[in-house]
Write a protein that binds this ligand. Sequence first.
Ligand code: MEV
Length: 446
Amino acid sequence: MTSSRISGFYNLSMDDRRAKIVDASHLSSEDLLPFTDGGLTPEAADHMIENVIGAYSLPVGIGINFQVNGRDVLVPFAIEEPSVVAGASFMAKLVRAGGGFQSTSSEPHMIGQMQVLDLDSIHAARLKIYEYKAALLAEADEIDPILKKLGGGARDLEVRIIEDSPIGAFLAVHLIYDVRDAMGANAVNTACERLASRIEDITGGRVHLRILSNLADRRLARARCSIPVEELAFTVGAGQSAQNEDAPAPGDHGGRTYTGQEVRDGVIEAWAFAASDPYRAATHNKGIMNGVDAVVIATGNDWRAIEAGAHAYAARSGRYTSLSTWGKDKDGNLVGTLEMPMAVGIVGGATRVHPAAQAAVKLMGVKTASELAEIIVSVGLAQNLAALRALSTEGIQRGHMSLHARQVAIAAGAEGDLIEKVAARLVEEKTVRIDRAEEILKNIKQ
Ligand code: MEV
Protein backbone atom coordinates (compact mmCIF):
# COMPACT_ATOMS: atom_id res chain seq x y z
CA MET A 1 0.00 0.00 0.00
CA THR A 2 1.40 3.37 -1.01
CA SER A 3 1.42 6.12 1.58
CA SER A 4 1.45 9.63 0.19
CA ARG A 5 2.04 11.37 3.54
CA ILE A 6 5.78 11.96 3.63
CA SER A 7 6.76 14.66 6.08
CA GLY A 8 9.73 16.88 5.38
CA PHE A 9 9.95 15.62 1.80
CA TYR A 10 10.78 19.09 0.53
CA ASN A 11 13.91 19.41 2.66
CA LEU A 12 15.47 16.08 1.66
CA SER A 13 18.23 15.63 -0.91
CA MET A 14 17.15 14.19 -4.22
CA ASP A 15 18.65 10.79 -3.36
CA ASP A 16 16.82 10.76 -0.04
CA ARG A 17 13.57 11.71 -1.73
CA ARG A 18 13.96 8.77 -4.11
CA ALA A 19 14.63 6.49 -1.15
CA LYS A 20 11.47 7.79 0.54
CA ILE A 21 9.43 7.11 -2.59
CA VAL A 22 10.74 3.54 -2.68
CA ASP A 23 9.81 3.14 1.02
CA ALA A 24 6.39 4.71 0.60
CA SER A 25 5.39 2.87 -2.59
CA HIS A 26 5.55 -0.51 -4.28
CA LEU A 27 8.34 0.72 -6.60
CA SER A 28 11.98 -0.36 -6.50
CA SER A 29 14.88 2.03 -6.99
CA GLU A 30 15.30 0.53 -10.50
CA ASP A 31 11.72 1.52 -11.27
CA LEU A 32 12.67 5.13 -10.57
CA LEU A 33 15.72 5.08 -12.86
CA PRO A 34 13.90 6.60 -15.86
CA PHE A 35 13.42 9.74 -13.74
CA THR A 36 17.13 10.09 -13.07
CA ASP A 37 18.30 10.04 -16.68
CA GLY A 38 15.18 11.40 -18.38
CA GLY A 39 14.21 7.93 -19.50
CA LEU A 40 14.34 8.41 -23.24
CA THR A 41 17.32 7.08 -25.21
CA PRO A 42 18.24 8.94 -28.43
CA GLU A 43 17.25 5.79 -30.35
CA ALA A 44 13.80 5.69 -28.76
CA ALA A 45 13.39 9.42 -29.40
CA ASP A 46 14.34 8.89 -33.03
CA HIS A 47 11.42 6.50 -33.42
CA MET A 48 8.89 8.87 -31.89
CA ILE A 49 9.01 11.90 -34.18
CA GLU A 50 10.85 13.10 -37.29
CA ASN A 51 14.21 14.86 -37.73
CA VAL A 52 15.27 14.02 -34.17
CA ILE A 53 18.50 15.51 -32.88
CA GLY A 54 18.05 14.71 -29.19
CA ALA A 55 15.66 14.95 -26.26
CA TYR A 56 14.43 17.67 -23.93
CA SER A 57 14.08 17.23 -20.18
CA LEU A 58 11.68 18.68 -17.63
CA PRO A 59 11.93 18.43 -13.85
CA VAL A 60 9.77 15.69 -12.32
CA GLY A 61 8.50 16.44 -8.81
CA ILE A 62 6.29 14.24 -6.65
CA GLY A 63 2.96 15.55 -5.43
CA ILE A 64 2.48 14.20 -1.90
CA ASN A 65 -0.52 13.95 0.45
CA PHE A 66 -2.94 12.98 -2.32
CA GLN A 67 -5.80 10.66 -1.46
CA VAL A 68 -8.23 9.90 -4.27
CA ASN A 69 -11.30 7.74 -3.64
CA GLY A 70 -9.79 6.56 -0.37
CA ARG A 71 -6.48 5.51 -1.93
CA ASP A 72 -3.15 7.22 -1.25
CA VAL A 73 -1.33 8.12 -4.42
CA LEU A 74 2.07 9.65 -5.13
CA VAL A 75 1.64 11.87 -8.16
CA PRO A 76 4.47 12.63 -10.62
CA PHE A 77 4.41 16.16 -12.06
CA ALA A 78 6.54 17.04 -15.11
CA ILE A 79 6.65 20.84 -15.13
CA GLU A 80 9.06 23.76 -15.32
CA GLU A 81 7.03 26.18 -13.15
CA PRO A 82 7.94 26.58 -9.46
CA SER A 83 5.22 26.42 -6.77
CA VAL A 84 2.94 24.01 -8.64
CA VAL A 85 4.07 20.77 -6.99
CA ALA A 86 4.38 22.41 -3.57
CA GLY A 87 1.03 24.18 -3.84
CA ALA A 88 -0.89 21.11 -4.98
CA SER A 89 0.75 18.94 -2.30
CA PHE A 90 -0.16 21.40 0.42
CA MET A 91 -3.77 21.62 -0.75
CA ALA A 92 -3.93 17.82 -0.98
CA LYS A 93 -3.01 17.77 2.71
CA LEU A 94 -5.90 20.09 3.58
CA VAL A 95 -8.28 18.05 1.41
CA ARG A 96 -7.06 14.90 3.11
CA ALA A 97 -8.27 16.32 6.41
CA GLY A 98 -11.74 16.43 4.83
CA GLY A 99 -11.63 12.83 3.55
CA GLY A 100 -9.60 13.27 0.36
CA PHE A 101 -10.80 13.72 -3.19
CA GLN A 102 -13.94 11.95 -4.37
CA SER A 103 -13.62 11.39 -8.07
CA THR A 104 -15.66 9.73 -10.82
CA SER A 105 -15.44 9.46 -14.57
CA SER A 106 -17.80 8.70 -17.40
CA GLU A 107 -17.27 5.77 -19.75
CA PRO A 108 -14.19 6.34 -21.96
CA HIS A 109 -16.26 7.42 -24.96
CA MET A 110 -14.55 9.49 -27.64
CA ILE A 111 -16.27 11.29 -30.49
CA GLY A 112 -15.16 10.94 -34.11
CA GLN A 113 -16.49 13.46 -36.63
CA MET A 114 -17.28 13.05 -40.32
CA GLN A 115 -18.13 16.16 -42.31
CA VAL A 116 -20.67 15.37 -45.05
CA LEU A 117 -20.85 17.93 -47.89
CA ASP A 118 -22.56 18.26 -51.31
CA LEU A 119 -25.94 16.93 -50.18
CA ASP A 120 -29.16 17.49 -52.10
CA SER A 121 -31.18 17.57 -48.91
CA ILE A 122 -29.35 17.65 -45.61
CA HIS A 123 -32.54 16.76 -43.76
CA ALA A 124 -33.21 13.65 -45.83
CA ALA A 125 -29.54 12.66 -45.71
CA ARG A 126 -29.55 13.00 -41.93
CA LEU A 127 -32.49 10.62 -41.55
CA LYS A 128 -31.04 8.15 -44.07
CA ILE A 129 -27.90 7.87 -41.95
CA TYR A 130 -30.09 7.09 -38.93
CA GLU A 131 -31.86 4.38 -40.98
CA TYR A 132 -28.48 2.67 -41.41
CA LYS A 133 -27.27 3.39 -37.89
CA ALA A 134 -27.25 -0.22 -36.69
CA ALA A 135 -25.32 -1.42 -39.76
CA LEU A 136 -22.83 1.45 -39.51
CA LEU A 137 -22.22 0.76 -35.83
CA ALA A 138 -21.78 -2.95 -36.49
CA GLU A 139 -19.20 -2.15 -39.17
CA ALA A 140 -17.34 0.33 -36.96
CA ASP A 141 -17.38 -2.17 -34.11
CA GLU A 142 -15.35 -4.69 -36.14
CA ILE A 143 -12.57 -2.25 -37.01
CA ASP A 144 -10.43 -2.76 -33.93
CA PRO A 145 -10.70 -6.39 -32.78
CA ILE A 146 -8.28 -5.91 -29.88
CA LEU A 147 -10.22 -2.97 -28.51
CA LYS A 148 -13.42 -4.98 -28.96
CA LYS A 149 -11.97 -7.91 -27.04
CA LEU A 150 -11.12 -5.50 -24.21
CA GLY A 151 -14.71 -4.31 -24.07
CA GLY A 152 -14.44 -1.25 -26.31
CA GLY A 153 -15.96 -0.49 -29.71
CA ALA A 154 -18.62 1.57 -31.46
CA ARG A 155 -21.40 2.76 -29.12
CA ASP A 156 -23.56 5.33 -30.87
CA LEU A 157 -24.00 7.48 -33.92
CA GLU A 158 -25.47 10.98 -34.01
CA VAL A 159 -26.06 13.26 -36.96
CA ARG A 160 -25.91 17.01 -36.45
CA ILE A 161 -26.87 19.72 -38.91
CA ILE A 162 -24.30 22.51 -38.99
CA GLU A 163 -26.38 25.44 -40.21
CA ASP A 164 -24.17 28.34 -39.52
CA SER A 165 -21.16 27.82 -41.76
CA PRO A 166 -19.40 30.02 -44.35
CA ILE A 167 -20.02 27.33 -47.00
CA GLY A 168 -23.68 26.76 -46.14
CA ALA A 169 -25.31 23.93 -44.21
CA PHE A 170 -23.77 20.46 -44.00
CA LEU A 171 -23.90 17.40 -41.78
CA ALA A 172 -21.54 16.36 -39.00
CA VAL A 173 -21.83 12.66 -38.20
CA HIS A 174 -20.58 11.80 -34.73
CA LEU A 175 -19.36 8.29 -34.08
CA ILE A 176 -19.19 7.54 -30.35
CA TYR A 177 -16.46 5.02 -29.65
CA ASP A 178 -15.51 3.34 -26.40
CA VAL A 179 -11.71 3.38 -26.35
CA ARG A 180 -11.21 1.76 -22.93
CA ASP A 181 -7.66 2.43 -21.69
CA ALA A 182 -6.36 4.12 -24.84
CA MET A 183 -6.34 7.83 -25.50
CA GLY A 184 -8.27 6.68 -28.54
CA ALA A 185 -7.26 9.01 -31.36
CA ASN A 186 -5.98 6.19 -33.56
CA ALA A 187 -8.98 3.92 -33.07
CA VAL A 188 -11.47 6.72 -33.67
CA ASN A 189 -9.69 8.18 -36.69
CA THR A 190 -9.41 4.73 -38.27
CA ALA A 191 -13.10 4.05 -37.67
CA CYS A 192 -14.12 7.39 -39.21
CA GLU A 193 -11.93 6.83 -42.26
CA ARG A 194 -13.45 3.38 -42.73
CA LEU A 195 -17.08 4.52 -42.40
CA ALA A 196 -16.68 7.45 -44.77
CA SER A 197 -17.38 5.60 -48.03
CA ARG A 198 -20.43 3.86 -46.53
CA ILE A 199 -21.81 7.26 -45.52
CA GLU A 200 -21.16 8.59 -49.01
CA ASP A 201 -23.08 5.62 -50.50
CA ILE A 202 -26.00 6.17 -48.11
CA THR A 203 -26.28 9.94 -48.58
CA GLY A 204 -24.92 10.54 -52.09
CA GLY A 205 -22.78 13.26 -50.53
CA ARG A 206 -19.04 13.64 -50.04
CA VAL A 207 -17.33 12.92 -46.73
CA HIS A 208 -14.63 15.51 -46.26
CA LEU A 209 -12.96 15.53 -42.79
CA ARG A 210 -12.78 12.33 -40.72
CA ILE A 211 -11.17 13.04 -37.37
CA LEU A 212 -11.79 12.79 -33.65
CA SER A 213 -13.07 15.77 -31.67
CA ASN A 214 -10.97 17.06 -28.80
CA LEU A 215 -14.13 18.37 -27.19
CA ALA A 216 -14.35 14.98 -25.46
CA ASP A 217 -17.52 15.80 -23.54
CA ARG A 218 -18.52 12.11 -23.44
CA ARG A 219 -15.32 11.34 -21.57
CA LEU A 220 -15.49 13.47 -18.45
CA ALA A 221 -13.64 13.23 -15.17
CA ARG A 222 -14.97 14.85 -12.01
CA ALA A 223 -13.44 15.56 -8.62
CA ARG A 224 -15.01 16.90 -5.45
CA CYS A 225 -13.42 17.90 -2.17
CA SER A 226 -14.54 19.33 1.15
CA ILE A 227 -12.11 21.09 3.46
CA PRO A 228 -12.89 21.64 7.14
CA VAL A 229 -12.95 25.41 7.52
CA GLU A 230 -10.50 25.41 10.45
CA GLU A 231 -7.87 23.74 8.24
CA LEU A 232 -7.80 26.85 6.07
CA ALA A 233 -6.54 29.21 8.79
CA PHE A 234 -2.91 30.27 8.56
CA THR A 235 -0.42 32.95 9.50
CA VAL A 236 1.78 34.37 6.79
CA GLY A 237 5.35 33.26 7.40
CA ALA A 238 4.55 30.89 10.27
CA GLY A 239 6.47 28.04 8.72
CA GLN A 240 4.33 28.01 5.64
CA SER A 241 3.31 30.14 2.73
CA ALA A 242 -0.15 30.02 1.23
CA GLN A 243 1.18 27.74 -1.44
CA ASN A 244 3.71 25.65 0.35
CA GLU A 245 3.64 24.15 3.80
CA ASP A 246 7.15 22.80 3.57
CA ALA A 247 8.88 25.87 2.31
CA PRO A 248 8.78 28.80 4.66
CA ALA A 249 9.82 31.80 2.66
CA PRO A 250 13.48 32.54 3.31
CA GLY A 251 13.93 35.84 5.06
CA ASP A 252 10.31 35.78 6.17
CA HIS A 253 9.52 37.51 9.44
CA GLY A 254 5.87 36.55 9.75
CA GLY A 255 2.75 38.54 9.13
CA ARG A 256 -0.99 38.58 9.08
CA THR A 257 -3.17 35.76 10.37
CA TYR A 258 -6.13 34.61 8.25
CA THR A 259 -9.05 32.77 9.83
CA GLY A 260 -10.46 29.73 8.09
CA GLN A 261 -13.68 31.66 7.33
CA GLU A 262 -11.70 34.49 5.74
CA VAL A 263 -9.74 32.11 3.52
CA ARG A 264 -12.88 30.15 2.58
CA ASP A 265 -14.85 33.26 1.68
CA GLY A 266 -11.86 34.66 -0.19
CA VAL A 267 -11.63 31.50 -2.31
CA ILE A 268 -15.36 31.64 -3.08
CA GLU A 269 -15.14 35.32 -4.05
CA ALA A 270 -12.14 34.58 -6.26
CA TRP A 271 -14.05 31.78 -7.98
CA ALA A 272 -17.05 34.10 -8.52
CA PHE A 273 -14.75 36.39 -10.52
CA ALA A 274 -13.77 33.50 -12.82
CA ALA A 275 -17.35 32.23 -13.03
CA SER A 276 -18.53 35.56 -14.43
CA ASP A 277 -15.60 37.02 -16.38
CA PRO A 278 -13.78 35.29 -19.25
CA TYR A 279 -10.59 37.32 -18.70
CA ARG A 280 -10.32 35.95 -15.19
CA ALA A 281 -11.68 32.50 -16.17
CA ALA A 282 -8.79 32.01 -18.63
CA THR A 283 -6.22 32.55 -15.86
CA HIS A 284 -8.22 30.57 -13.31
CA ASN A 285 -8.42 27.63 -15.72
CA LYS A 286 -4.72 28.03 -16.53
CA GLY A 287 -4.07 27.42 -12.84
CA ILE A 288 -6.12 24.20 -13.04
CA MET A 289 -4.13 23.18 -16.12
CA ASN A 290 -0.85 23.76 -14.24
CA GLY A 291 -1.70 20.64 -12.27
CA VAL A 292 -3.53 18.74 -14.98
CA ASP A 293 -0.89 19.16 -17.69
CA ALA A 294 1.99 18.29 -15.37
CA VAL A 295 0.54 14.81 -14.77
CA VAL A 296 -0.64 14.46 -18.37
CA ILE A 297 2.92 15.16 -19.55
CA ALA A 298 4.51 12.90 -16.92
CA THR A 299 2.38 10.03 -18.18
CA GLY A 300 3.24 10.63 -21.85
CA ASN A 301 -0.25 11.80 -22.74
CA ASP A 302 -1.23 14.43 -25.31
CA TRP A 303 -1.50 17.65 -23.32
CA ARG A 304 -2.56 19.70 -26.36
CA ALA A 305 -5.61 17.46 -26.65
CA ILE A 306 -6.38 17.93 -22.95
CA GLU A 307 -5.91 21.71 -23.21
CA ALA A 308 -8.14 21.95 -26.29
CA GLY A 309 -10.84 19.86 -24.62
CA ALA A 310 -10.68 21.81 -21.37
CA HIS A 311 -11.08 25.24 -22.89
CA ALA A 312 -13.75 24.17 -25.38
CA TYR A 313 -15.66 22.59 -22.49
CA ALA A 314 -15.27 25.78 -20.45
CA ALA A 315 -16.98 27.65 -23.31
CA ARG A 316 -19.74 25.09 -23.95
CA SER A 317 -22.54 27.42 -22.81
CA GLY A 318 -21.43 30.01 -25.37
CA ARG A 319 -19.64 32.01 -22.67
CA TYR A 320 -16.20 30.98 -21.47
CA THR A 321 -16.26 30.32 -17.73
CA SER A 322 -14.55 28.55 -14.83
CA LEU A 323 -14.12 24.78 -15.05
CA SER A 324 -14.35 24.50 -11.26
CA THR A 325 -16.85 25.63 -8.63
CA TRP A 326 -16.25 26.67 -5.01
CA GLY A 327 -18.84 27.12 -2.27
CA LYS A 328 -19.56 26.11 1.31
CA ASP A 329 -21.71 23.39 2.86
CA LYS A 330 -24.16 23.73 5.76
CA ASP A 331 -21.32 23.20 8.27
CA GLY A 332 -19.32 25.99 6.73
CA ASN A 333 -16.73 23.74 5.07
CA LEU A 334 -15.20 24.81 1.76
CA VAL A 335 -16.46 22.59 -1.06
CA GLY A 336 -14.85 22.45 -4.50
CA THR A 337 -15.73 20.61 -7.71
CA LEU A 338 -14.08 20.22 -11.06
CA GLU A 339 -15.49 18.53 -14.16
CA MET A 340 -13.68 18.45 -17.48
CA PRO A 341 -12.96 16.23 -20.49
CA MET A 342 -10.05 13.90 -19.78
CA ALA A 343 -8.91 11.94 -22.82
CA VAL A 344 -5.90 10.17 -21.37
CA GLY A 345 -4.66 6.64 -21.92
CA ILE A 346 -2.32 4.20 -20.23
CA VAL A 347 -1.69 1.98 -23.25
CA GLY A 348 -0.22 2.94 -26.60
CA GLY A 349 1.43 6.13 -27.80
CA ALA A 350 4.21 7.78 -25.84
CA THR A 351 2.86 6.28 -22.61
CA ARG A 352 3.95 2.87 -23.86
CA VAL A 353 7.34 3.80 -25.35
CA HIS A 354 8.60 6.41 -22.90
CA PRO A 355 10.18 4.67 -19.87
CA ALA A 356 9.55 7.71 -17.62
CA ALA A 357 5.86 7.68 -18.59
CA GLN A 358 5.72 3.97 -17.73
CA ALA A 359 7.36 4.68 -14.39
CA ALA A 360 4.86 7.49 -13.76
CA VAL A 361 1.89 5.19 -14.42
CA LYS A 362 3.44 2.50 -12.22
CA LEU A 363 4.09 4.96 -9.39
CA MET A 364 0.42 5.97 -9.32
CA GLY A 365 -0.60 2.31 -9.37
CA VAL A 366 -3.36 2.95 -11.90
CA LYS A 367 -4.79 -0.01 -13.77
CA THR A 368 -7.22 1.86 -16.03
CA ALA A 369 -7.27 5.13 -17.96
CA SER A 370 -10.32 6.14 -15.92
CA GLU A 371 -8.37 5.84 -12.68
CA LEU A 372 -5.64 8.01 -14.15
CA ALA A 373 -8.25 10.57 -15.29
CA GLU A 374 -9.71 10.66 -11.77
CA ILE A 375 -6.31 11.39 -10.23
CA ILE A 376 -5.53 14.08 -12.80
CA VAL A 377 -8.78 15.96 -12.25
CA SER A 378 -8.16 15.82 -8.47
CA VAL A 379 -4.74 17.35 -9.03
CA GLY A 380 -6.36 20.08 -11.15
CA LEU A 381 -8.75 20.90 -8.32
CA ALA A 382 -5.92 20.95 -5.76
CA GLN A 383 -3.87 23.25 -7.95
CA ASN A 384 -6.84 25.56 -8.47
CA LEU A 385 -7.31 25.82 -4.71
CA ALA A 386 -3.59 26.54 -4.18
CA ALA A 387 -3.81 29.48 -6.59
CA LEU A 388 -7.10 30.86 -5.24
CA ARG A 389 -5.98 30.52 -1.63
CA ALA A 390 -2.75 32.35 -2.31
CA LEU A 391 -4.34 35.00 -4.53
CA SER A 392 -7.08 35.78 -2.03
CA THR A 393 -4.68 36.10 0.91
CA GLU A 394 -1.00 37.01 0.60
CA GLY A 395 -0.82 36.97 -3.22
CA ILE A 396 1.24 34.47 -5.18
CA GLN A 397 4.48 36.36 -5.40
CA ARG A 398 5.74 35.72 -1.90
CA GLY A 399 5.57 31.92 -2.12
CA HIS A 400 6.58 32.04 -5.74
CA MET A 401 9.53 34.30 -5.06
CA SER A 402 10.89 32.12 -2.28
CA LEU A 403 10.93 29.09 -4.56
CA HIS A 404 12.19 31.11 -7.49
CA ALA A 405 14.96 32.59 -5.31
CA ARG A 406 16.26 29.10 -4.56
CA GLN A 407 16.37 28.29 -8.26
CA VAL A 408 18.19 31.54 -8.98
CA ALA A 409 20.66 30.85 -6.16
CA ILE A 410 21.39 27.40 -7.61
CA ALA A 411 21.76 28.89 -11.09
CA ALA A 412 24.27 31.37 -9.65
CA GLY A 413 26.36 28.44 -8.40
CA ALA A 414 25.23 28.15 -4.76
CA GLU A 415 25.42 24.67 -3.25
CA GLY A 416 24.40 23.09 0.07
CA ASP A 417 23.61 25.56 2.85
CA LEU A 418 24.54 28.45 0.64
CA ILE A 419 21.39 27.94 -1.44
CA GLU A 420 19.16 28.97 1.48
CA LYS A 421 21.47 31.80 2.51
CA VAL A 422 21.60 33.35 -0.96
CA ALA A 423 17.86 32.80 -1.51
CA ALA A 424 17.01 34.46 1.82
CA ARG A 425 19.06 37.54 0.91
CA LEU A 426 17.44 37.76 -2.52
CA VAL A 427 13.97 37.65 -0.98
CA GLU A 428 14.89 40.14 1.75
CA GLU A 429 16.18 42.55 -0.86
CA LYS A 430 13.17 41.79 -3.12
CA THR A 431 15.67 41.41 -5.99
CA VAL A 432 15.54 37.89 -7.34
CA ARG A 433 18.09 38.24 -10.13
CA ILE A 434 20.99 36.03 -11.08
CA ASP A 435 23.56 38.88 -11.18
CA ARG A 436 22.65 39.84 -7.60
CA ALA A 437 22.74 36.18 -6.53
CA GLU A 438 26.27 35.88 -7.95
CA GLU A 439 27.36 38.98 -6.03
CA ILE A 440 25.83 37.72 -2.77
CA LEU A 441 27.46 34.33 -3.24
CA LYS A 442 30.82 35.92 -3.88
CA ASN A 443 30.50 38.07 -0.75
CA ILE A 444 29.49 35.14 1.46
CA LYS A 445 32.38 33.04 0.14
CA GLN A 446 34.85 35.86 0.82
C1 MEV B 1 0.03 30.85 -12.60
O1 MEV B 1 0.73 29.90 -13.36
C2 MEV B 1 -1.39 30.39 -12.33
C3 MEV B 1 -2.29 31.41 -11.63
O2 MEV B 1 -2.31 32.63 -12.37
C4 MEV B 1 -3.68 30.81 -11.57
C5 MEV B 1 -4.76 31.76 -11.10
O3 MEV B 1 -4.61 32.98 -11.27
O4 MEV B 1 -5.78 31.25 -10.62
C6 MEV B 1 -1.79 31.74 -10.24
